[in-house]
Design a protein around this ligand. Structure first.
Ligand code: B12
Length: 212
């Protein structure tokens, strides 16, 4: 017999919205103890959706829908997820960097940060380095999350780090980068403090930064 979590993962892969939300609802009405495991199951499902896209079985519309579905799931699980965390962890600035218009990944990351108790200042897509630096300054934000999936995003991320250097603020902020092309090598090149493709790892890192 398939467990609820296995069913959930399969339903995500098959983009069965009703089934997904039913299982999520069951998890919440029975106390929400499985919320974290449910998130993991959804992420695995989402990875599979990505693979189906790569192999040509799914199209962009399906991928976009998977992103929307994931956001819905997170919204519902959020109360149970944040139970495990300290509330009001502080503020993080998040955006997709200049030249890059992809935001499905960023929106998932945003939802996960919010679920963990962060307040997220989401600047959207195609955001210029100077806007990021100015916002960090005026809103006094010390954690910067940069997202990008295009190869050119790597240089835009580097430009953000350089802009913080030029503003004399590099040692006042922690910068974390993420997105499909990001690796340790990219992180070194960009000069960021950390990188993560798995958003949960990113959230964990930022929690450590906040706690000092
Ligand atoms: C959907 C999509 C689109 C949609 C975007 C819709 C939207 N609102 O985002 C549309 C159709 C608009 C689009 C447009 C284009 N796209 Co496109 N797109 C994709 C696609 C299929 C999926 C990207 C995606 O959403 N993945 C799913 C998410 C969940 O994954 P993710 O972004 O990696 O995010 C996860 C992690 O990386 C991490 N993460 C992400 N950000 C961050 C940040 C932090 C701080 C942390 C901790 C973690 C983290 O968490 C996320 C959740 O797990 C990819 C192919 C692929 N397989 O990646 C191509 C792809 C990225 N696109 C590509 C291209 C070329 C384009 C276009 C130039 C096409 C064109 N000729 O017009 C334009 C570019 C426009 C622009 N300037 O940005 C290329 C990029 C090639 C390259 N190396 O640069 C790809 C790789 C396709 C390909 N194989 O050629 N695209």
């Amino acid at each position: 017999m398939m467990t609820n979590l296995e069913k959930l993962q399969t339903a995500v892969v098959e983009l069965e919205e009703t089934a997904v939300m039913e299982i999520v609802e069951q998890i919440m009405t029975s106390g929400g103890n499985d919320a974290q495991a449910a998130m993991e199951a959804c992420r695995e499902g989402l990875n599979k959706v990505g693979q189906l896209f790569e192999s040509g079985e799914y199209f962009i519309s399906e991928l976009v829908f998977a992103g929307v579905l994931m956001t819905q799931v997170l919204e519902r699980l959020k109360p149970a997820l944040s139970k495990n965390f300290d509330q009001q962890l502080g503020k993080i600035l998040l955006c997709t960097v200049e030249g890059d218009l992809h935001d499905i990944g960023k929106n998932i990351v945003k939802a996960m940060f919010e679920a963990a108790g962060f307040q997220v200042a989401d600047l959207g897509i195609d955001v210029k380095a100077n806007v990021i630096v100015e916002t960090a300054k005026t809103e006094n934000i010390s954690i910067i999350g940069l997202s990008g999936v295009l190869t050119l995003a790597i240089d835009s991320m580097k430009a953000v780090v350089d802009a913080f250097k030029n503003a004399g603020m590099r040692d006042k902020v922690h910068i974390i980068i993420g997105g499909n092309p990001v690796t340790q090598e990219v992180c070194d090149y960009v000069g960021a403090d950390a990188w993560a493709v798995n958003p949960q790892l990113g959230v964990n890192l930022c929690r450590e930064w906040v706690k000092g």
